[in-house]
Design a binder for this molecule. Sequence first.
Ligand SMILES: Cc1ncc(COP(=O)(O)O)c(C=O)c1O
Length: 387
Amino acid sequence: MKMIKRPDTKPRNPCFSSGPCAKRPGWSISNLQTFSLGRSHRSKIGKDKIKELISLSRNILKLPNDYRLGVVAGSDTGAIEMAMWSLLGSLDVEILSWENFGNDWVKDCVNELKLKNLKIHEADYGKIPDLSKVNFNNDIIFTWNGTTSGVCVPNSDWIKNQRKGLVLCDATSSIFAMPMDYRKLDVITWSWQKVLGGEAAHGMIVLSPKALDRLKNYNPSWPIPKIFRLAENNKVIEGIFEGETINTPSLLCIEDCIDALVWIESIGGLNGAIKRSQKNLQEIKFWVKENRNWIDFLSEREDTTSSTSICLKIVDPNFKKLSKDNQINIIRTVNQTLEKENVAYDINSYRTAPLGFRIWGGATVDSSDIEKLLPWIKWAYLSNINV
Ligand SMILES: Cc1ncc(COP(=O)(O)O)c(C=O)c1O
């Protein structure tokens, strides 16, 4: 491969990390309202703020009226783990895992909850398990978008409408970026630091009527710490859905998330946000097509290729014949060069994923910035592979 000219235009915003993700275009700390700060989160002002966040989220996503939405502790991890701890153990469980986060929830099921009748559907980085093998008589756990492999489920057609079990979905890097059929899901969790570009403080949890019924009629055999408790003596803790968080939230983070949600409304709501993410993926698709001699998507199927955590692998034969250490050095140098140039921060692939790049393509990233970034990646890569 020949050397190429150093590009001369840089992205306006070099933040392409997959979490915390770029702030919305035009974000400024001075735009945040601060009158709720220093007040009790149980005051009317505090509770109203949390309620505003819940209702904005519900309206933008168009959640079904009979689904409950609440703010919980511990970001997405807190939200999905509280669902697992509160709801699992009643039926057999099937879990799908094809990258790091799915794998973390497998570890929870195996090592912590020690579930007896557990079926694990696994696939390697770049692939997805055979979705037709899932049995919906059991409780199901899956991650809609595998943030560390850039592989997402193609849709929700594989989930049965009529099902005995609950479907628990970690949607943190897909919600607000991919269309989702909520009726196919009984628990949906996310954090604010992904597509919204909010601060990584609290988690959101959605519960379907069926999930609420489980809380009313089932008691897990394991202890549930206060921070994970969705019900007490089989009574759902209603406050969680009414702005009364279990413990103290950050009202500054809540203000920041409200700012992000208002911005989503201003770009056309959910559809506007999805379109921006798809445009970002499209930009990278064009580029990959022209550069397939050295770089490709990690996702092996087009219909499972994420539009948020867009993961790329190096397929260059000159790279592949190098030792692993040399490969790591090249990718590290490319990333350091891009960071020094203020062109791209944090686009290294996840530490357990195949070597390559991961570019965030959620709504807060402008496609014009992605367009400007790509020639820089090529320039930095070719400059280093050719030395
Ligand atoms: C799919 C997925 N699940 C869970 C998490 C953990 O999220 P948090 O750190 O917000 O708890 C992440 C973070 O990147 C993720 O991508």
